[in-house]
Structures are given as C-alpha cells and as structure tokens.
Unconditional design. Structure first.
Length: 656
C-alpha cells in the first residue's frame, strides 16, 4: 500500500513521492493500485481524471484525496485569454478544435429521451459554457442576440404549467454564442464592463472531471476536492448517464466531503451504461420511452445487474449546486446505496433548458437505497424517485424553497418516508403505491394520482431479480404521526393540476379508499364479477392514523383518531445560511396526540409486491431516529412530526 503524491509543482516523469510528486492526478491514476492512496496538494488541476483500476474490496480500495488542510480544485474547463472586441460589450475568441479532442461541447447538443424543446424546430442548447469569475453564462442562438440581451425573470415549468422564477435574473444578461468550423471553434460572449483578458474567464472543455471509461472499476474513494465545470450530457434513464463525477457501471465507490458544482447536466452520476439502451426512443421514434425503459431493466439483468457487481455506493457530506439537470442522478446503478448529509441546491433553477428528468436527486430503480439527512432546497424538484422504489428509505431530510419537494412515481413499494420536513408549497406527489409516511412535517400540498397506463416492475425483496410487474392503482399507503399544514394563499397548484390528479392539504385525497385490508377484501368479493373486474372497481386500502392537521388541512374520511387543530398554528423555516431554524407556535391542543415508535411490525404488508417494510438485512424497519438525531425507544410516546420533543407554545429549533 503506497501513498502517491501530486502537486502543481511536480512532473509526470517524477517518482510520485512527497518530495518528488507527479504533476497530474490522471497520471497518478495510471499508477495507482488496490490499497494505494493518491494525495493531491493545493492548486487548480484542469483535467479529466480517468481511473485505470479499481480496488479489490472495501478494505483494499484506491483512495483519491485532497491533502489535509489544502484546497484542491479539479476542473473540466480551461482558462481562455486572447479575446478581441467584437462590439461595445461583446468579445470573441478563436480556438483550435484540437483543444476539445473528440468531445467538442460547442458542437454537441443537449438532447435525448424525455428532453423537452419549446417547438419542434427550436434550436437546441449545447453542452458548452462560458464562466466569468465562476458565474456561468446563457447560450443564445444568434449573433445579433449578444448585444443588449434582455433580463429574463421567469420560465414556464412544462410539468406543472407554473411560472417559476429564474434564480438570478441579472445573470441572464451574460450570454454566449459559438460556431464550430472544420478546424476551429469561435465563441462570442457579452462581458458588459468586464475585460475577459484581465478577469478569470473559463470555458467547458471536458465531458467529465472524475469518471471512468471502463466498467467495473470498483471500490474507489474520491474525497475532499472541489470538482467543477463539466460538459456532461443529458442523462435520461434510457441512455448512458455520465456525470461530472461518478463510478460508472461499478460497485462500492465513496464520494465524500467534496464541493461539486457547475455540471452542465448532472453532478454525481450513479447511473446506467449505454449497452442497455442509449436514447433509442429519440433516435428511432418507433416506441415510447416507457417501453425502452422497461426493456432496459431486463437487459441490465442479462449483463450482471445485481448486488454482487453494481451499486452499494456512498455519497456523503458533499455540497452540490449550480447544475442544469441533477445534483445526483442514476438509473439501476444506485441500488443498495446510501446518500446522506449532502447539501444540494440551485439545481435546474437557471432554467436554460428543460426535460422530464430534473431534480436535486433523480433516481430510477432505487432498490434498498437510503436517502438520509440531506438539505435540499432551491431546486426545480427536490427528489424524484421514479420506477421500482422498493426497500427505499427517505429519512430525516430537510426540503424547502423547491418548486416541488418529493415526487415518487410508478413504484409499488415498500418504501418508507420518515422524519422529514417538506417545507415547499408542493410537498408530496405520490403517483405510486405501497409507501409509508411516518412522522413528517408536510407544509404544502399532497398530490395523488394512479398511473394505470405504465405497468412497472417490482422485485424479490432486497434483490434486483424481477418478481413481476403491475400498474399503479394508488393507495396501499400508510400515513402515521405526520403534521399537515395548509397555505390559504397558495394558488400555484390549486385543488387539481392534471386530470385524475388530486392535490389537497392533508390526506383527504384518499377519501373513499377502504381503511383496512379486510374491508378491501370484502369490497372485492362481488360474486357477479370476474377475477379482473372485481379488483378493478375497488380502490386499494390505506392505513391512516394519528396525524395532526392544522387549520385548512383535512384528514382522510376513514381516520378516526386525527387531531384537527382549530387555533392559529404557525410553522415556518428560516434559512440563516449555514443553518436553518424551524420557528413554530403551536396551540395547547397539539400536545394531546402522542405516537409511539413505529416499526415494520406496525405496517401492513404491501399488496402487490407481497413484501414487508424491512431494513436491508431483512429485519423489520425501525423509524426510530428523529430529524435531530434523537433515538426513540419502545414504550415511550412522542409528538407527531419529525421532532419527537416538539411541544405546544413558541419554539425555535435548529434543524440544520
């Protein structure tokens, strides 16, 4: 086991020792072997680190780390000088295409499955970008748009139809345009009062910053770096999903304690590879993307998608921001992984392009994935778990100031959502079944929608083996010990947003569902109906009990023990930069409802998957740790909501 050193003062012809370091991290990656540590010293490294080998086990990994106490930045960009004036505020530069190799971001469009373009003939954006002192520009399609660009303040969200605010309207005045010729690429940019030959101006050059090009390079740690500026492509679940940093198709990576920002699309990728499908719905146009995605699941099984070869990654204590598509993305490759203690913000709020795969965290096939204690805010969508959310745990997270907080789509469960704060106006979107929502604070709307036209797979518990597939009828959900608030001023989402979708404050969207499996079985017992029909006409059961409802929020009509508050209830989140405070004023009646620790023994088995709520090791799940880290014990009762000690009266609680 060796320690290999890299420094900006070094040389790739050196020995790689502390006194004779290498110059590039990528050269160290050519040398590193299982058990080795690559220690990188302070400075800016402009390169794409491509690991050549992986570790052999969790104990014999290859570790890449910033030297203790030293700031190390790895960028996929290059600093550009030599700009010449092309107008009062516009400058241009000509660059040889050899600078980009076979990945020229100014020739490559942002496109692929589930990408949305304003009109069929609209010009598409490109993977390139220009940065002035770290701030990215906007691309314009014509040269004459460079002079006096207007300030853009709002953009339409094609999913909700809402007019959402552009994060930084002043930033929209800084624009660029490129033309790619046979031998060179010309870039024009509007710098206003800045001189690009004096200020720090950088452009995207490389697809990734730290990412392998071979499969199954396992057990690698990436720790303590600033990682920035990658021209990574659109990453739908039916394509190769390279990001700024990630393991590719592998097992056992640890990505921790990094600052990761300005990925054109996705920052951290735990995603699938190309052989199981690559934008075939867009390229062929012969079948819907849903069908190709379904085929991808079976194709992946054929090439070894299982716990022995894929997933089990850890992504923790990273700060991830200013990315166009996702903070963390992945289809198939994130199974059995843990995503915890990350701060994710400003994802897709630049609103330069749009598609249906955008979120702070966007995972497909999140089997036995734990998403725990993350701070996710100011994102177009906080977290989106799409397809095969099974054995998944979303616990102790803080969501706020997002257009929408948590969206779980076409999944059958079991999955557990416990001790979270959902602080945005659209808090929960449940287009799934088989979920358990325990001890959450839900500040906004709860949207429900069955999805019967896209039957999706479910799995043998704690495995990638496909056990069957089914349509999502809705229901089969638990809601226990939550606090539901209401915002009378909310007009953005209304009582319904799309046909069949119900958006309410509280759980009243479940009205009409049976309140137990016994009641469900009784309703499906009509002897005059055939096997299929008798099930198709009855809604699935729901299990809703011991929730608190503030004025304006409404309980499910089968919830007999709901606590409905009638006095003024005030709960708000205050972002104070490094920390966030929950400011609450609760009426005396709040203390009258207490709930015990909830475990898998308290949750009905999910119907379609025929599986219990379990930990990864198969033991009953325990929702035993509140948002603040307090461990709950059997035999004691706690307040509803994510903080076990929350009580009536005024309080200020630091929640991050």
């Amino acid at each position: 086991m060796n320690e290999i050193h890299v420094a900006t003062s070094g040389s790739d012809t050196s020995r790689g020792s502390q006194t004779d370091p290498f110059r590039t991290i990528d050269h160290a990656a050519q040398v590193a072997r299982p058990g080795d540590t690559v220690t990188v010293h302070a400075g800016v490294y402009r390169e794409w680190v491509v690991p050549r080998r992986g570790g052999l086990s969790d104990q014999r990994r290859i570790t890449y780390q910033a030297a203790a106490g030293e700031h190390v930045t790895i960028k996929g960009s290059e600093r550009i000088t030599g700009w010449t004036r092309a107008g009062a505020t516009v400058w241009s530069v000509r660059l040889p295409n050899t600078m980009f190799g076979d990945w020229n971001p100014y020739a490559l469009e942002i496109d692929g499955d589930w990408m949305v373009h304003p009109t069929p003939d609209a010009l598409k954006k490109h993977l390139g970008d220009v940065y002035l002192d770290g701030k990215s520009f906007y691309e314009v399609s014509e040269l004459d748009q460079l002079s006096n660009p207007p300030v853009r303040t709002r953009a339409t969200d094609d999913w909700t139809g809402a007019q959402d605010v552009v994060r930084d309207p002043e930033q929209t005045r800084y624009v660029w345009h490129a033309q790619v010729g046979e031998d060179e690429t010309t870039i024009w940019a509007t710098f206003h009062d800045a001189d690009p030959n004096v200020e720090l101006v950088e452009i995207n050059v490389r697809r990734s910053v730290f990412y392998p090009t071979e499969h199954h390079l396992d057990y690698i740690t990436v720790r303590g770096f600033e990682l920035a500026h990658a021209a990574c492509p659109w990453a739908p679940p039916t394509a190769d999903q390279p990001g700024l940093v990630g393991p590719g198709w592998a097992k056992g990576w640890i990505i921790e304690d990094n600052v990761i920002h300005d990925a054109k699309c996705s920052a951290v990728s735990l995603g699938k590879e190309a052989s199981t499908g690559h934008n075939l719905a867009t390229e062929r146009g012969d079948k819907p993307g849903y069908q190709y995605q379904l085929e991808t699941v079976f194709s992946a099984r054929q090439i070894g998608w299982d716990a022995e070869h894929i997933g089990s990654h850890t992504v923790r204590r990273n700060t991830i921001f200013d990315c166009g598509q996702n903070g963390i993305v992945g289809h198939l490759g994130a199974v059995f992984s843990t995503i915890e203690d990350n701060h994710i913000y400003n994802i897709a709020t630049k609103r330069e392009f749009y598609g249906y795969e955008i979120a702070g965290i966007k995972l497909h096939a999140a089997i036995d994935v734990t998403i725990r204690h993350n701070r996710i805010h100011d994102c177009t969508l906080g977290t989106w778990l799409d397809w095969q959310t099974q054995g998944t745990r979303i616990a102790r997270n803080l969501f706020y100031a997002n257009s929408r907080d948590l969206f779980i789509e076409v999944s059958h469960g079991p999955y557990l959502v416990d001790h979270n704060i959902f602080g945005s106006r659209a808090s929960l979107e449940i287009f799934s079944q088989g979920g358990a929502f325990v001890n959450n604070l839900v500040c906004g709307t709860v949207s429900l929608e069955p999805v019967v036209d896209r039957p999706t797979p479910y799995h043998v518990p704690h495995s990638t083996e496909v056990a069957g597939y089914a349509a999502v009828l809705g229901g089969d959900d638990h809601h226990i010990g939550n606090i539901f608030l209401a915002d009378d001023a909310d007009q953005a989402y209304g009582p319904t947003r799309r046909p069949g979708q119900v958006a309410t404050y509280g759980t009243a969207g479940y009205d009409g569902h049976p309140a137990s499996i016994a009641e469900y079985v009784a309703r499906t017992g009509d002897p005059t109906l055939g096997d299929h029909e008798r099930f198709a006409t009855v809604r699935q059961p729901v299990y809703v009990r011991a929730n608190t409802y503030a004025p304006g929020a409404t309980p499910y009509d089968g919830e007999d023990d709901a606590l409905v508050l009638t006095s003024t209830t005030h709960v708000t989140l205050v972002d104070e930069g490094d920390h966030v405070v929950l400011d609450a004023r609760l009426p005396e009646k709040f203390d009258s409802l207490r709930v015990p620790l909830v475990t898998g023994h308290d949750l009905e088995r999910v119907r379609f998957v025929d599986a219990d709520f379990e930990e990864r090791d198969g033991t009953p799940v325990r929702a035993d740790t509140d948002l603040l880290g307090t461990v709950k014990v059997h035999g004691q009762d706690y307040a509803t909501g994510p903080i076990g000690a929350l009580a009536a009266g005024a309080s200020r609680t630091r929640v991050w």
